[in-house]
Ligand binder design. Structure first.
Ligand code: MN
Length: 479
């Protein structure tokens, strides 16, 4: 979207009231005046950048305060306009949002100085203040990454690393999956251009070859569901390039990546989800080991969906993801999905859900309260919150999500403090394992406890990966 115009923004604001459009127009004019004469490295007038950031957010149906803040996000930093000016000219919320974004911009993550750790900490804390600050920042980052070709090769690398390490994981944390995938692919393109291009070509050829088969399958499922009066919409999705790269790096071959091609089936309610699963399994043979019920067991970022891999037409393995329309909005936009379907209460809902439902929030808080040292804080967040996850099961079949690297000690404390404190040994997939055993996906974990046990051993701290388990062991020792 290079030659984006202000009119294009107004064009997509069909659902907004006259007052909202007036406020956004005013913010545009204000930003345009203050940035006048400034140029982007591309040679374009500076205003093109805030306009693009705002456009991304308008596509997400963001509230008008957020849109104004997006248009104004660089004025405090780069022009004579002040916080007070914005507060007076617009309102305190817009000023607060712009200020929040300003505080977290221009951070140089690549250097190891404490100032940068302190800033990273600030970004993460921004989440707890008003999640909209982070969403504006992510859209800002997205446009900067899309226009990275105008920067020097060193800057490209530096910005790409920062995107991979901080911003893509942050997007994942708040469930903004689309932005996360786009950021990852852009950063990956600059970090490993050869791998990027080779995977892109391979992916395109797989997609080309399977196109007809998938369409046939899509129509078949769509027709059966219609016959059964289950309203539905089916889309055809592919995995992002960086996602494929990660799988290949774990030792998988391209044909083993079952979600490279996926059908996304959206229906109206949970009951219909399970009915649809039945329809698909009665038509296409499922690959048993690949079924996941994230409706019963949501991921920590509130992602919910049924995943099944089936032998589709000509026995090609295809993943089907079945979910309600609402779950689909959350899967794509995370917290910001509230802008779609609960516009009036979106701000409170987002903040509220972040604290109660988004499990990453607890992990943040745990680390935030435990570590005063900024470097330690950032390292912990990277290892525990931004890291890959493993999904394991209790003997009753409940799924537990833990950061990669977690051990049975972390599992025990995640279940309950008492379970951790009275653990004497652990059984994984019917075999006794050492306490330091690192959990793998799909492990079934049983913790053996003994009420007479004298509690967690000092040494377990070294076997624990999460700050939470470490703290619980320390607390027990004090008693
Ligand atoms: Mn910016």
């Amino acid at each position: 979207m290079n030659d984006l115009k202000f009119e294009d923004l107004i064009d997509i604001m069909k659902d907004y009231s006259k007052e909202e459009i007036e406020q956004v127009t005013k913010a545009y004019k204000y930003a345009d005046t203050f940035h006048s004469g400034q140029l982007r490295q591309s040679g374009e007038p500076y205003i093109i950048h805030p306009l693009n950031v705002c456009y991304t957010l308008a596509e997400m149906h963001a509230d008008s305060d957020t849109l104004c803040a997006a248009l104004l996000h660089d004025v405090i930093e780069d022009t004579p306009a002040t916080y007070e000016d914005i507060e007076e000219e617009f309102n305190p919320v817009v000023a607060k949002l712009v200020d929040g974004v300003t505080k977290i911009s221009n951070i140089d993550f690549s250097s190891k100085m404490d100032r940068n750790y302190a800033n990273t900490r600030k970004i993460i804390n921004g989440l707890t203040e008003d999640v909209r600050i982070i969403i504006i920042k992510l859209s800002d980052k997205l446009h900067n990454m899309k226009t990275l070709q105008f920067k020097s090769p060193e800057k490209q690398k530096e910005k790409s690393i920062e995107t991979m390490e901080i911003f893509a994981p942050l997007a994942y944390c708040i469930g903004a999956y689309r932005i996360k995938c786009e950021l990852e692919d852009l950063a990956f393109m600059y970090l490993k251009p050869e791998e990027y291009n080779s995977i892109k070509d391979k992916k395109e050829s797989v997609v080309d070859k399977s196109d007809n088969l998938l369409k046939e399958m899509l129509v078949t499922i769509h027709n059966i569901l219609n016959d059964r009066n289950i309203p539905n919409e089916i889309k055809f999705k592919t995995k992002n390039i960086y996602g494929i790269y990660k799988k290949l790096n774990e030792g998988n071959k391209l044909p083993d990546i079952h979600d490279l091609l996926a059908l996304r089936v959206m229906v109206e309610n949970i009951n219909d989800c399970y009915q649809t699963l039945g329809v698909i399994h009665s038509k296409y043979r499922p690959l048993n080991t690949k079924f996941k019920d994230y409706i019963y067991n949501p991921k920590s970022n509130m992602y919910r969906s049924l995943h099944t891999t089936v032998f589709g037409e000509e026995d090609r393995l295809i993943q089907a993801r079945i979910r309600t329309f609402e779950m689909d909005a959350i899967a794509s936009y995370g917290l910001s999905a509230y802008w779609y379907y609960n516009k009036n209460q979106a701000t409170e809902k987002m903040q509220d859900d972040l604290k109660t439902k988004w499990k990453s929030y607890d992990a943040f808080m745990e680390i935030k309260n435990d570590f005063d040292d900024n470097e330690e804080f950032v390292t912990r967040v990277k290892n525990e919150v931004f890291s890959s996850k493993v999904y394991v099961y209790t003997p009753r079949g409940d799924m537990i999500e833990l950061p990669k690297g977690a051990t049975v000690v972390d599992f025990a404390y995640k279940i309950h403090t008492d379970v951790g404190n009275t653990m004497v040994s652990a059984v994984v997939n019917d075999e006794v394992v050492p306490i330091g055993y690192e959990l793998k996906n799909n492990d079934i974990v049983r913790i053996i406890t003994d009420d007479l046990s004298y509690g967690s051993r000092e040494g377990w701290i070294n076997n624990a990966h999460t700050s939470y388990a470490k703290r619980k062991i320390k607390e027990f020792k004090k008693k």
